[in-house]
Design a binder for this molecule. Sequence first.
Ligand code: J2J
Length: 541
Amino acid sequence: MSTQAAPTWPAEFAEKYRAAGWWRGETFGEMLRQRAEEHPDRIAIVDPVAGSRWTYADLDRRADRLAAGFLARGIAKNDKVVVQLPNIAEFFEVIFALFRIGALPVFALPAHRETEIAYFCEFTEATAYIIAAEHGGYDYRELAARTRAHVPTLKHVFVAQGDPGDFEALAEVAGEPVGYGGPRPDDLAFLQLSGGSTGVPKLIPRTHDDYIYSLWGSNEICGVDENSVYLVVLPAAHNFPLSSPGSLGTLYAGGRVVLCPQPSPEVAFPLIEREGVTITGLVPPLALLWTEAAPGSAHDLSSLDVLLVGGAKFSEEAARRVRPALGCTLQQVFGMAEGLVNYTRLDDPVETVVTTQGRPISPDDEILVVDDEDREVAPGATGHLLTRGPYTIRGYWNAPEHNARSFTEDGFYRTGDVVRVTETGHIVVEGRAKDQINRGGEKVAAEEVENHILAHPAVHDANVVAEPDPYLGERVCAYVILRPGAGPLKAVAVKRFVRERGLAAYKVPDRVEFVDAFPQTGVGKVSKKDLRDAAARTASL
Ligand code: J2J
């Protein structure tokens, strides 16, 4: 596959972003080296389960040795490596080793299963796949064995933690550091996953230059510096905890990253107290849970300065409860792995913080709000959000047809979000035009789930829509038409069928309804709006 697979910024834009100082000409590998030279003994990574506390010098040395080991096994610049790790210290050792070589991590989530992993490996022609032996009661070695059996390019499986079984332990991979011609700042650093609205997930090509800008830009807005302690609560590879400002922003600033093995208050609150956590990021359902648990908690949460909430719309009432319950400043964040990230500012008035999703990081983030015909709407009116800027991609990786739909001719990304912009330039998310369900921050592409349901021999047709849920915001609801004479089918059988096809659990429909026909629009297409309305009525019964 060609290395030109990812559309990039036209030269005049790249020059502009460099001249403005947004792109600093740094790479992740050099960045870590510099920090390790500046403050070798400062703690970079805390993994409370393993009991490890790595200094910047430790992380730098580990990344170097692992990079040498990867190179010795033939993993080279531009090779793709699917990384599916829980919140463990090795995640950082692995990605910095790959960054040093210029091999590209492909960020999978721990929830992904056979279907998703096989697709990432096949589509990227990945040469290696990195897992933990077990996590959350699931054996990733079995997943790896099945994946390797039908992905011929996959030469290596490395197990970062636990018994490696038939595979190679990551701990054995280390070699003596050698020189390597690492990547350039404008080279790709990794492939991030898009929430997606199509049959298969799209991959997002991010460069060192653009991503590093989103980090230091976020650090300035969120007050992250060398004294910051960031708790990684959400899955480490997701764009939000990785970069807004997240673990990588914190490492850029020389602060400390603490890994939280799971997001419940029972696990997170003692860690906040013990490690003096100053900042973290949560999706709305978790923010609700923490807000409810904090007042009765015996743990001292007073070190927590800033709570970022984003990934899905945070309701105004819930937003108002954050400071009284947790004693910290709320920052709403509306971001996307494709680029654009908006934050409410630390000195914004409370009303702005609780009623808007913030404004862009960069003065060079261009925001357009347009109608269905791409005409700009009147200021303050609601429309589709298009954006272009110094850390927003110009196209997905190897997806020319999809890119023609998802980007305008002049390079604006069609976010699929429906927004309005206030007089102060803050964005309010009003809805969504993309065919996606936002299940408490986890994105589910309707078409992907529909395709899996359609594979059932008794199913004639299927449509998947969001239905309201008081805790998650939205849940996945499937409407199914059975084949004539197919005999009865239970909802649980459909759910089991989808799960057994090897799909992440969060994509399995929460509810399945059997119907005789789908509501139609005037032109005879299925009306998803009517299905959503029907789902909302049932959900409120
Ligand atoms: C409403 N919808 C939101 C919000 C994201 C920081 C924070 C989040 C993400 C993320 C991220 C929302 N209110 N506050 O990458 O760096 C929905 C929108 C958006 C989509 C992107 C980050 N915050 N959303 O959630 O790539 O629909 O990134 O387009 O997973 O989530 O999803 P994702």
